[in-house]
Design a protein around this ligand. Structure first.
Ligand code: SAM
Ligand code: HNT
Length: 276
């Protein structure tokens, strides 16, 4: 048999192709496809968005995940993934590859009138956290903690360049690594690269697409490396993580609306093991 190895230059060109494809990424279309009805349905805990928010809320409710800084890898134009984090960190750093996405986040932080309405998400998280927090309070709290919105490239050995002063106490990343990696090898390398941003014993909350090969964002049709539960677990173990919790959500036919071919969603709570 022949082992299919990719030459560095071939790997470079396919990563460059990914970067090229993201130039057409339309944040508004992406938000429309994934964060508005029918996918943004809060009426039942069995819907995908409540499932994602509950996974994150329960992980933070353990009280095990806290510290000074949390970095969100590949934030895109969304902030839902940070709602349960903001009570446990002094500073939250959002990151994305595209300036258009970083600008959408800055607009939300500034409370600009035509920015995306995350209030249904904030209200839902306040409800399931059960602390009696008012949603406007949580919104302001998150805005206050989101003090840095930085450029990132997970394919670089130093994804934040030399900007990062010290490793973060925790990482969050949702639908990024598999959506920017042309193949499994670069998926594992990207995970290795972002792991350098995390303190030893730091926690990593990862959400992603299972067995997806593409998704749409306006004019852009983005390629995704299809990963299985086993692939994700293997990549984390290879990169020195202990997996505390792994959950999968099966996308119901009603939510297969043509914007991608995703089969399901995974959630992982992993912890970086200290080097012996
Ligand atoms: C599917 S979106 C995920 C957005 C958001 N985290 C969410 O949960 O919906 C993937 C994001 O990865 C970003 N991205 C593309 N190439 C990247 C790279 N090389 N490094 C880091 N992020 C990248 C894109 O700009 C996009 O915002
Ligand atoms: O069901 N969802 O809540 C949901 C949210 C975001 C995304 C997906 C599904 C599937 N595609 C990814 C990009 O690879 C983005």
């Amino acid at each position: 048999f022949t082992v299919k190895t990719q030459s560095p230059s071939a790997a470079m060109s396919s990563i460059a192709a990914v970067g090229e494809s993201y130039q057409k990424f339309n944040p508004r279309a992406y938000l429309q496809n994934n964060y508005m009805p029918p996918r943004a349905d809060f009426s039942s805990e069995d819907c995908v968005v409540p499932w994602k928010l509950r996974c994150l809320a329960e992980a933070f409710a353990t009280g095990d995940i806290h510290g000074r800084t949390l970095i969100d890898i590949g934030s895109g134009p969304t902030i839902y993934q940070l709602l349960s984090a903001c009570d446990h960190f002094e500073e939250i750093i959002a990151t994305d590859y595209l300036e258009v996405n970083r600008e959408v986040l800055r607009q939300w932080v500034r409370g600009e009138p035509d920015s995306f309405d995350w209030s249904p998400y904030i209200k839902h998280v306040c409800r399931i956290e059960g602390k009696g927090e008012q949603w406007k309070e949580k919104e302001q709290k998150l805005r206050g903690k989101l003090r840095q919105i930085l450029p990132i490239d997970v394919h670089q050995p130093e994804p934040l360049g030399s900007q990062l002063c010290q490793p973060a106490d925790a990482l969050v990343s949702t639908f990024c690594l598999e959506a920017v990696s042309p193949d499994r090898l670069s998926f594992e390398r990207a995970l290795r690269n972002v792991t350098t941003l995390l303190q030893p014993r730091g926690h990593f909350l990862l959400i992603g697409a299972l067995e997806e090969s593409f998704y749409l964002a306006g004019e852009a049709k983005l390629s995704v490396v299809p990963v299985s539960e086993a692939d994700v677990k293997e990549a984390l173990s290879k990169n020195g993580y202990h997996i505390h919790d792994f959950r999968s959500y099966l996308m119901p036919p009603s939510l297969k609306i043509g914007v991608d071919d995703v089969s399901g969603v995974f959630f992982v709570h992993a912890q970086k093991q200290p080097v012996a």
